[in-house]
Design a protein around this ligand. Structure first.
Ligand code: CAA
Length: 289
């Protein structure tokens, strides 16, 4: 395997972390999923088991390959249990203070050559790297997309101090995981969310101003622009709170009123209508049995 990465530690067992761990395991790389919340780890394990079983059932994977991927996965509740790993991907909550605290710990726990990557969707890599002191050259953004096993892209974000070697190793690892890496500079929202979130925000304005009903806005974008999901359905899928928070990062960092979250989006978030995860956002979702 290129890059010689044998074991990746993935910190945070939410949707993104569990998808990243599964993708690594399917590529033959050991993945240690860390979360302080045992319930979250149990959910991730159930997702892995179900996804691998389904792939076998659908003849997309042999039973042996699924078993081999299953053996590459393990689940722990503390970072201390993972210190022999040779790569870290942080996929914890989108809070700069939480991330900086984790990166401070990574710099203490992991060997000097270990790359410390963040799956952040909009927080500055340069800022996160400040928590690691002399390790800033090994800090990089590795932005995966949901659902990770299906989405081809890894947006690779270079902070001000990230070394060329770290960028090259990250590109290699993304390819070894079956992804296509594309690089972007460390500006708010990078490329993906700088472009996607204002589009989603505009769909909320179109709804709020009565340009069309939400289902029709989505249908127009599905059929007219070949989107795989309409922008409002996609917002629910991503999480309306996440969309809101990313818009606020763009607004604050880029200082332009065009990035301010639409009042309709703000109101739904205030009401706790967060999308798929809360059962209701723009649309309603039946509880999963
Ligand atoms: N994990 C593993 N497998 C999954 C999965 C998941 N989370 N979700 C779906 N699949 C599998 C399904 O089981 C199904 O497998 P089978 O063929 O064996 O049944 C297969 O994938 C296709 O599933 P669907 O029929 O449900 O899929 P679809 O053809 O409707 O496509 C989709 C689903 C890929 C999600 C598609 O709707 C899509 O591309 N949507 C847009 C997604 C997108 O834009 N993501 C980026 C969001 S932005 C982001 O993540 C970054 C950020 O910073 C906010």
């Amino acid at each position: 395997m290129s890059n010689q990465v044998k074991t990746i530690v993935v910190v945070g067992a939410g949707t993104m972390g569990s998808g990243i761990a599964l993708t690594a395991a399917q590529a033959g790389i050991g993945a240690v999923l860390v979360d302080i919340n045992q319930e979250q780890l149990d959910k991730a394990r159930a997702y892995h088991t179900k996804t691998l079983a389904r792939a076998v059932e659908k003849q997309k994977l042999t039973a042996d390959a699924a078993a081999a991927a299953g053996k590459k996965l393990c689940y722990v509740t503390t970072i201390a249990e993972t210190k022999n790993a040779d790569w870290v991907v942080e996929a914890a909550s989108e809070n700069p203070e939480v991330k900086k605290k984790l990166f401070r710990t990574f710099a203490e726990v992991f060997a000097p050559n270990v790359v410390l990557a963040s799956n952040t969707s909009s927080i500055s890599i340069t800022d996160i790297a400040t928590a690691t002191g002399a390790r800033a050259s090994h800090v990089i953004g590795m932005h995966f997309f949901n659902p990770v096993p299906l989405m081809k892209l890894v947006e690779v974000i270079r902070g001000l101090a990230t070394s060329d070697e770290t960028v090259a190793r990250t590109m290699d690892l993304a390819r070894a995981m079956g992804k296509t890496p594309v690089s972007a500079n460390d500006r708010a929202g990078f490329v993906s969310n700088r472009v996607l979130m204002p589009l989603i925000n505009e769909a909320f304005y179109a709804w709020m101003e009565g340009v069309a009903k939400p289902e029709d806005i989505d249908q127009i974008m599905l059929l007219g622009c070949n989107f795989p999901m309409g922008p409002l359905r996609l917002a629910d899928f991503i999480g309306l709170d996440v969309c809101h928070d990313i818009m606020m990062v763009l607004y604050r960092e880029l200082g332009n009123a065009k990035f301010f979250p639409c009042p309709m989006l703000r109101q739904l978030v205030t009401a706790g209508r967060l999308g798929d995860k809360s059962g209701r956002g723009v649309f309603e979702y039946p509880a999963k049995g």
